[in-house]
Write a protein that binds this ligand. Structure first.
Ligand SMILES: Cc1cc2nc3c(=O)[nH]c(=O)nc-3n(C[C@H](O)[C@H](O)[C@H](O)COP(=O)(O)OP(=O)(O)OC[C@H]3O[C@@H](n4cnc5c(N)ncnc54)[C@H](O)[C@@H]3O)c2cc1C
Ligand SMILES: NC(=O)c1ccc[n+]([C@@H]2O[C@H](COP(=O)([O-])OP(=O)(O)OC[C@H]3O[C@@H](n4cnc5c(N)ncnc54)[C@H](OP(=O)(O)O)[C@@H]3O)[C@@H](O)[C@H]2O)c1
Length: 247
């Protein structure tokens, strides 16, 4: 059970009708980039809480979370309606193993995401760790529609930090664009379009792959990578695929 503290909404930025980022002030225990915290609201006679990955870096003084409205969900539509100054519960402790401390050494770090699964990578990329550890950082964000390719300013700042090291690859599956790859990530690995776009070979000798978001995408991508000789990264047996399922 989460141990809740009282927190206050500082900002609720709406990117689209369904995507929003909450910035929240409160005092919780320290976290590592890639971990998740918890947000909760009193609904009827109980606190309904859910996990949310931190988008903010551990040294920022406000916590940021990136969320989608699941229309039939109990919590996300209510969080979306919060305004500056509103109260929200914040879990006192962060959790999770989707952090670079759990990722073995490699030359390239591929960060694959669908939808709001982008969030933990933004926190990780705000820290120095990935920039110091890897020669190449590839951020892949797969969404249904182009207007869901959020956080463009922040992502541009990563490109500016080290244009030779950082690559951003957007995917849009349900409309055609002239800049994003079309379709789904596993298919683009299988048919070579992802490597063609990045001009980098995706091979288990060089690459560490993190995958976050839709569990079907996590599973399908893992299967495609396993066919190429990648293996799950386990504490007892290090590999090169580290995953986080959002449901
Ligand atoms: C470790 C972890 C970290 C998470 N981090 C985030 C995060 O940073 N941002 C975020 O938006 N969500 C995140 N989630 C999901 C989040 O906890 C909630 O499930 C989500 O906000 C919906 O809450 P709900 O109560 O409205 O509906 P729920 O009853 O929790 O979910 C109902 C259904 O909505 C769908 N769903 C849930 N989450 C998503 C999603 N993110 N994108 C698309 N469909 C979804 C699934 O089909 C799910 O069965 C995370 C989940 C886990 C387990
Ligand atoms: N995005 C919206 O327009 C919208 C609007 C209203 C509500 N919502 C809510 O948000 C939820 C969906 O969120 P989302 O748009 O972030 O979700 P999503 O369904 O996870 O889609 C995000 C991306 O993941 C891809 N994907 C899905 N399954 C995959 C798989 N097995 N392998 C590889 N890629 C896969 C999708 O491709 P495909 O397009 O090919 O599936 C899409 O490009 C819905 O359940 C709904 O509650 C979304």
């Amino acid at each position: 059970m989460a141990n809740w503290i009282d927190a206050e909404v500082i900002e609720n930025k709406h990117w689209t009708e369904n995507l929003y980022s909450l910035r929240v002030a409160g005092e919780i225990e320290s976290f590592t980039a890639g971990q998740f915290g918890r947000l909760g609201l009193q609904i009827d006679d109980q606190i309904v809480g859910r996990p949310y990955s931190f988008v903010s870096a551990p040294d920022e003084n406000v916590y940021e979370f990136y969320s989608i409205v699941v229309d039939e969900g109990p919590l996300s539509p209510k969080l979306a309606q919060l305004k500056k100054g509103d109260a929200v519960y914040l879990g006192k402790q962060a959790n999770g193993f989707f952090t670079l401390d759990e990722v073995p050494a490699g030359e390239q770090l591929w960060m694959l995401s669908t939808g709001t699964g982008l969030g933990p990578y933004l926190s990780i990329l705000k820290t120095d760790q990935p920039w110091q550890r890897f020669k190449k950082l590839i951020l892949v964000h797969a969404v249904r529609y182009a207007n869901e390719l959020t956080y463009q300013d922040l992502i541009s700042s990563f490109s500016q930090r080290d244009p030779d090291k950082f690559l951003y690859v957007p995917f849009v599956s349900r409309e055609q664009t002239d800049f994003a790859l079309h379709g789904r990530v596993p298919a683009a690995i299988t048919d070579g379009r992802l490597e063609e776009r990045t001009k980098l070979p995706l091979q288990s000798e060089h690459a560490q792959v993190m995958i976050c978001g839709n569990p079907d995408m996590v599973k399908d991508t893992r299967e495609v990578l396993q066919k190429r000789g990648f293996s799950k990264n386990l504490r007892r047996k290090p590999g090169n695929i580290t995953t986080e399922n959002y449901w």
